[in-house]
Write a protein that binds this ligand. Structure first.
Ligand code: FES
Length: 104
């Protein structure tokens, strides 16, 4: 599956991900600017991304715990998600997202 990621400088990247991986892991392992300090433990919010509106339904809504964590960042939007909480699946082939400033 391919994920299209726009980084904080506006550059677009096509990243190949594997089913079952966390989207955060794909972004991090391809070397993009994502801190992901807690390594996916849902305790840092430095894996913050904006999901393209067309993909919101496929990706689904955040859990209450994830929403609480998102409340701690200043640049949250209605399409904000923590990328460590999104698991890659074939249904997400072509997924588009943008790295939030707070992920850097
Ligand atoms: Fe820390 Fe996602 S990596 S919350």
């Amino acid at each position: 599956m391919i994920i299209h990621v726009t980084d904080q400088s506006g550059e677009n990247h096509e990243l190949e991900g594997l089913e079952g991986w966390r989207v955060m892991e794909v972004i991090r392992d391809w070397g993009l600017n994502i801190k992901a300090e807690c390594g996916g433990a849902l305790s840092c919010a430095t894996c913050h991304v904006y999901v393209d509106k067309d993909w919101m339904e496929v990706v689904g809504a955040p859990s209450d715990e994830e929403e609480d964590m998102l409340d701690s960042v200043g640049d949250v939007r209605s399409n904000s998600r923590l990328s460590c909480q999104i698991l890659c699946s074939d249904a997400m082939d072509g997924l588009k997202l943008t790295l939030a400033p707070s992920a850097a």
